[in-house]
Design a protein around this ligand. Structure first.
Ligand SMILES: Nc1ncnc2c1ncn2[C@@H]1O[C@H](COP(=O)(O)OP(=O)(O)OP(=O)(O)O)[C@@H](O)[C@H]1O
Ligand SMILES: [Mg+2]
Length: 372
C-alpha cells in the first residue's frame, strides 16, 4: 500500500498543505512546532479515525476555521483509491471513498498504518490504558469486526454503570437486571480477551526473535494480565474465559454495587513484558525497554502484512533521535523496500548517506511543504 497524495485543509496548523509522495522512503524535515507530527497524525487518522493527542476531533480543526478536510490518494492492490474526510465544528462529518459516501468501517479498512513515535518508547512505563489501546488498534487493523466488539462491550459497560448509579441513587437493586448486564458483558468480554490473548501469542513469537537479534542474548516474553483469571491466566478457551468472567462478576457483585462501577473485565486488563523472566517495567533500563517497543512495532508491521496481504504504511515520528546507533541501524535495515516509510526529523544529520540516497525529502515550515 502506498500513500501517493495527501491534501490537508485547515487541519491543525496545516491550512493548505499538499504533498505528492513518489518514493517509498520519505523524510519530512522541519524545526520544532512546524507541523511534522500533524502530518503523520493525519495519515494515522485516515487509518483509525483517531487522533494521536486528543479524543475530540474538533481539536483537529485549525483555530481560525470551522472545518477541516483530509484528502488522500492511495495505491493498493493495483488500484487507486481516493479518500475524503471532512469534519466541522457542529461535529458533522462527510466520509467518501472514491467520491461515494462511505461507512466508517469501509473508510477505515483502506489505509493501514503502524505508527512509532517517541512517546511509544514509554509504552512499557505508561498506563495500562496505553498498552490496551496499542493492542486494540493493532488487532482492529487486522480484524475490522473487533472494533465493533469493543464498542459493544463499552456500550454495555456504560449502561451497567448507569444502572448501578441509578440504583445507588434510589437505594434499590434489581438483581435480575444486573444478571442480564453481567451475562452480556461476559459474552462480549470473553471474546475480546480471547482475541487479545491469541494476537499477543502471535506477536510474542515474532517479537522474541527480533528482540534477540537486537539485544543478542536477552529473552523477551509477553503476558496478557487478565483482571480476573489470576493463576488461571493460561486459560485459552473462550468458554472457560467466559465462565471465569461470570464467576468473578458474581464474586465482586457487592463491591461493584458499593463502588458503583464495573471492577473486572477487559477494560481493566493489562499487558506485562518480561526480559529474561524479570518484569521489564521494574528492572529493565530505558534502552532495554526501547528495544522491546522496537521489536513490537516491527512485529506488528509483519503481522498486518501477513494477515491482510498488504504492507501498512510505517510512520516514524521523531523516533530515531531517541535510539542508539545499533537500534537505529536495526530499524532502518529492517524496513524492506516495499514498505512505504514516512519519517519525521528535525535534521538529516542522523541518517547515513547510504540511506539518504534513496529518500525523498520534504521540508516543512509553518504548515507548508517545500520539496527539496
Ligand atoms: N487546531 C490547531 N490549529 C492551529 N494550530 C494547531 C492546532 N493544533 C496544533 N497546532 C499547532 O501545530 C503546530 C505544529 O505541531 P506539530 O506537533 O506537528 O509540530 P512538530 O513539527 O511535530 O514539532 P516537534 O518537532 O516539536 O515535535 C504547533 O505549534 C501547534 O500549536
Ligand atoms: Mg512532533
Amino acid at each position: 500500500m502506498r500513500l501517493k497524495h495527501l491534501k490537508l485543509s485547515n487541519y491543525r496548523n496545516c491550512k493548505n498543505l499538499e504533498i505528492n509522495f513518489d518514493r517509498t522512503k520519505i523524510l519530512i524535515i522541519g524545526k520544532n512546532a512546524q507541523g511534522k507530527t500533524n502530518i503523520l497524525e493525519s495519515i494515522y487518522f485516515l487509518s483509525s479515525l483517531k487522533s494521536l493527542r486528543t479524543s475530540t476531533s474538533t481539536d483537529l480543526i485549525n483555530f481560525d476555521s470551522d472545518y477541516f478536510k483530509l484528502e488522500a490518494g492511495i495505491y493498493k492492490s493495483d488500484t487507486d483509491i481516493d479518500l475524503y474526510y471532512a469534519y466541522n465544528r457542529e461535529k458533522k462529518r462527510e466520509i467518501k471513498v472514491n467520491k461515494v459516501k462511505s461507512t466508517i468501517k469501509d473508510f477505515k479498512s483502506v489505509v493501514k498504518t503502524v505508527l512509532f513515535s517517541s512517546g511509544d518508547l514509554m509504552l512499557l512505563r505508561g498506563a495500562p490504558q496505553d498498552r490496551r489501546d496499542w493492542l486494540d488498534l493493532a488487532i482492529s487493523q487486522i480484524y475490522p469486526a473487533y472494533d465493533e466488539r469493543l464498542s459493544k462491550y463499552d456500550k454495555i459497560r456504560i449502561q451497567k454503570n448507569n444502572f448501578l448509579k441509578e440504583c445507588a441513587k434510589n437505594g434499590t437493586m434489581n438483581d435480575a437486571l444486573l444478571d442480564v448486564f453481567n451475562e452480556q458483558l461476559s459474552v462480549t468480554g470473553s471474546n475480546i480477551i480471547y482475541i487479545r490473548k491469541k494476537f499477543l501469542k502471535e506477536i510474542e513469537k515474532l517479537a522474541k526473535e527480533k528482540h534477540r537479534t537486537i539485544s543478542e542474548t536477552e529473552e523477551l516474553s509477553i503476558k496478557y494480565d487478565c483482571s480476573f483469571l489470576g493463576t488461571n491466566n493460561e486459560i485459552e478457551e473462550i468458554e472457560q474465559i467466559q465462565y471465569a468472567f461470570l464467576e468473578a462478576l458474581d464474586e465482586r457483585r457487592t463491591e461493584e454495587i458499593r463502588r458503583v462501577q464495573s471492577c473486572v473485565g477487559p477494560h481493566r486488563d493489562d499487558i506485562i513484558f518480561y526480559i529474561n523472566n524479570q518484569e521489564a517495567v521494574k528492572f529493565a533500563s530505558q534502552g532495554q525497554q526501547r528495544t522491546v517497543v522496537l521489536a513490537l512495532k516491527l512485529s506488528e508491521l509483519d503481522i498486518i502484512t501477513d494477515k491482510t496481504g498488504d504492507e501498512p504504511i510505517l510512520l516514524l515520528d521523531d523516533v530515531l533521535a531517541e535510539l542508539d546507533d545499533i537500534r537505529q541501524n536495526y530499524l532502518l535495515k529492517s524496513i524492506n523496500d516495499k514498505t512505504q516509510t514516512i519519517i519525521t526529523s528535525v535534521d538529516t544529520i542522523l541518517f547515513e548517506d547510504e540511506f539518504l540516497k534513496d529518500v525523498e525529502i520534504h521540508k516543512i515550515e509553518n504548515g507548508h511543504i517545500y520539496q527539496n
